[in-house]
Design a protein. Structure first.
Length: 721
């Protein structure tokens, strides 16, 4: 036996840079052949070991690693065919590439050799280029085979570790193999041995099948490097499981797919459970809802209710205590709701349950929203009882990060009705929730048809409001602001009215909120400024208003947030040539405090331009005194609610008015008492030292025309209280 080493550049088919040269075992009984061929192969970069007999070759195979055998068929003693048999029979060499070397005339031998597992043959005298080509091919094939085994092993290990299922589908015969884990995920009978792909496809949710087919066909057609799809498979009558299927097609020489194999992962957890609270999520909730609806269609006697829940002022907790505390609160709230739902709360009587009432679902919809499907509920009273219990379980303080937090929940309830859909129920519960919120939170409302009418009404109002500006349907009324010292009119507040073509005149309380919510308040507000300026110019030109008259204009929260408000207002005022000092802007105390920084800047900018600023509805908005110092407002307007019917003096309101006046003095602002309706109210605010009054007692908001005459009119004096 002789070994030759390569001494020329590595051949093109060397496995990879840095790998040793492929090792060839050359078996031939004729020394000349061995010598000549081994030298030439070594020259081409192979490492070559020679063997002179079959025995010798088997010894060599045992001792060292060989990548390929060149095996002479005709040898004395042990023939090449016998050596081949021995090679194939041993486990270590069963798949070792073997190329037979035969004489041209020995075609029978070739057939037998190929039959017994030879990979290829070359004929004597050996044409080196042919031999090299065949050697390269066989080495490359073997290399690919080894790589595949390795990656298959790696894949199998990974799959085992990840708890995925494995599947393999032979397309031509439609035979499918599903690993035991795969069958378990799909709820297939583990016994059933032979299967087709339909065992899987038949269980796919009808809504998901189209997408699955599309993904699979796309991959089979070679459009995607990998097949991947998430879908639901039915595991029992009522239950679907979410799976992620992944796979790769194995293709034939014509690139046509022969087989697809891959994995199946159960992703139900992540799909249907909310990660934070562990509750079912929206997806599962909707699934349960459709199941309940289907059941109601079959069995019209059985009803259920949908509850929509929203934590009140949760955002404040998140903003003030941080997201961590917010998350803790959500987890704890979920626990309490669950407890309240089960009626295991010792403080409350459990809802009488039937044996089948186990289909209640509490789900988290996202953020601070939860939803409940309450099974076997027939009447609003039954639903109310549960809703009340849920509101109650939230009343106890929460202890989060060593802090005591109070939070409440608002609930909207919709009862199922024959023929209703999931969308109907969710929408109605949401409408009822909205109602519960606007009625003051920490309460529940049961949906009724009237609510829907009101929603429709609101939608219509919104649509009408969109056209109101362009159609010129707004009008301004003016209400005098009277000096209490001499009963003369010192200015007006402008108050907006909407002259609706069908509904007649509408007061701001019925449309300002909609205008705010839709952002329409922005163009409306600019229209008001424009119209006021036009009116001021008209009054000035007819000489009816004195120099020190001011006209005030209301601004709402949304307008304060409008970045270019000051510029737009200034431009309008300039356009009309109105003195900025003529104009006063009223900002409600609560709007100011909603975003004090923005408000402070705005007030500063407005004042720089010469406008006056007053704080409207003062006393209702919890201002912080330290903030007020920085606002430099010109006027405080005491809210109407403090002017209770003064025949029986209300000492608390009395005290507040006195305090506001004292505060105004400190801020060097003047004070207007709003909503004076009676002479006794007037007398009281006057006695407390208010500077100005406004109210029906003097005059109602009026059209601009009579304003002029009012200026000369004597105003009624105050009665003696
Ligand atoms: P506000 O700014 O506090 O306006 C005073 C409200 O009190 C007016 O109601 C006025 O008509 C009413 N009022 C005046 N004197 C009396 C009285 O003696 N008794 C009673 N019961 N009420 C009296 P109005 O016109 O319905 O306006 C309501 C609110 O709508 C205003 O409250 C203001 O916040 C808002 N608003 C009115 N016009 C506009 C506007 O052009 N833009 C904006 N953004 N808001 C406006
Ligand atoms: Mg006002
Ligand atoms: Mg007011």
């Amino acid at each position: 036996m002789h070994t030759a080493s390569p001494h020329s550049p590595a051949p093109a088919d060397r496995l990879a840079a840095g790998h040793p040269a492929p090792h060839i075992l050359l078996v031939d009984d004729e020394e000349m052949n061995r010598d000549m061929l081994s030298r030439r192969l070594a020259k081409c970069g192979y490492s070559v070991t020679t063997a002179a007999s079959g025995r010798e070759s088997l010894d060599a195979l045992e001792r060292s690693h060989v990548d390929l055998v060149l095996l002479d068929v005709q040898m004395p003693g042990m023939s090449g065919l016998q050596v081949l048999e021995a090679i194939r029979g041993a486990e270590a060499t069963a798949r070792l590439p073997v190329i037979m070397v035969t004489a041209k005339t020995q075609s029978d031998d070739i057939v037998v050799a190929l039959d017994r597992g030879a990979n290829d043959y070359v004929t004597k005298p050996v044409d080196l280029s042919v031999a090299l080509a065949r050697i390269r091919t066989q080495l490359a094939r073997r290399h690919a085979e080894l790589r595949l085994v390795e990656s298959e092993e790696r894949y199998a290990l990974a799959v085992q570790g990840s708890n995925d299922g494995l599947w393999d589908w032979k397309i031509a015969t439609d035979e499918a193999y599903f690993s035991p884990r795969c069958k378990a995920i799909m709820g297939l009978d583990d016994e059933a041995a032979s299967m087709t792909a339909n065992a899987w496809f038949d269980r796919v949710h009808p809504d998901d099948f189209g997408r699955l087919r599309h993904a699979l066909d796309g991959h089979l057609a070679g459009l995607t490097p990998q097949f991947e799809n998430e879908h639901r498979v039915r595991v029992s009558d009522q239950q679907y499981r979410w799976v992620l299927a992944r796979g790769v097609a194995v293709r034939g020489p014509d690139r046509a797919p022969v087989r697809v194999a891959g994995s199946l992962t159960d992703i139900t957890e992540g799909k249907v459970a909310d990660a934070l609270t562990g509750l079912p999520n929206r997806v599962l909730f909707l699934d349960r809802l459709s199941w309940l609806l289907e059941r109601e269609a079959r069995d019209p006697e059985r009803h259920f209710a949908v509850l929509f829940l929203d934590l009140d002022r949760f955002k404040d907790v998140n903003d003030s205590l941080g997201h961590h505390a917010g998350d803790q609160l959500l987890i704890e709230a979920a626990r309490r709701l669950d407890r309240g739902l089960r009626g295991t709360d010792p403080a409350s009587a459990a809802r009488p349950r039937t044996a089948t009432a186990s289909h209640d679902v509490l789900a988290r919809f996202g953020g601070d929203e939860f939803a409940i499907a309450l099974d076997d509920v027939r009447t609003a009273t039954e639903a109310s009882r549960v809703a009340k219990r849920l509101v109650d379980v939230m009343l106890e303080p929460f202890h989060i990060d060593g802090q005591e937090i109070f939070i409440s929940v608002s609930i909207g309830v919709a009862l199922s009705t024959p023929g209703c859909t999931s969308e109907d129920l969710l929408r109605d519960a949401d409408t009822a929730l909205y109602r519960a919120k606007s009625a003051g939170r920490c309460r529940w409302e049961i949906f009724d048809g009237k609510m829907r009418d009101q929603v429709i009404e609101r939608v219509k109002l919104e649509a009408d409001l969109r056209h109101a500006v362009e159609r010129g349907q707004f009008a301004l009324l003016y209400q005098p602001i009277v000096s209490l010292a001499d009963r003369t009119v010192k200015g007006f507040e402008t108050l907006l009215r909407w002259d609706h073509p069908e509904r007649g005149r509408i007061a701001p309380i019925d449309f300002i909120k909609v205008a705010e919510d839709t952002g329409l308040i922005v163009p409306m507000g600019l229209w008001v400024v424009d119209e006021v300026c036009r009116q001021i110019r008209e009054w000035e030109s007819t000489g009816v208003i004195a120099e020190q008259f001011t006209v005030s204009v209301n601004l709402s929260t949304r307008q304060l947030a409008q970045a270019d408000l000051v510029d737009r207002v200034a431009a309008i005022v300039r356009h009309h040539g109105v003195q900025p000092t003529r104009l006063e802007f009223e900002i409600t105390e609560s709007a100011m405090m909603a975003n004090p920084e923005v408000a402070r800047r705005l007030v500063g900018d407005m004042k720089m331009l010469g406008f006056r600023i007053s704080l409207d509805d003062f006393g209702t908005g919890y201002s912080s005194l330290s903030y007020l110092q920085h606002f430099a407002v010109d006027r405080l307007k005491i809210d109407r609610s403090f002017l209770t019917d003064a025949t029986t003096p209300d000492w608390e309101s009395h005290g507040i008015i006195a305090a506001v006046i004292a505060l105004a003095r400190h801020l060097r602002a003047d004070v207007v008492a709003e909503g004076i309706e009676t002479s006794s109210q007037l007398a009281r605010v006057e006695a407390l030292g208010c500077d100005f009054g406004q109210g029906y007692y003097f005059a109602r908001p009026m059209r601009p025309k009579p304003v002029a005459s009012l200026l000369e009119m004597a105003l009624p004096p105050a009665d003696v209280a």
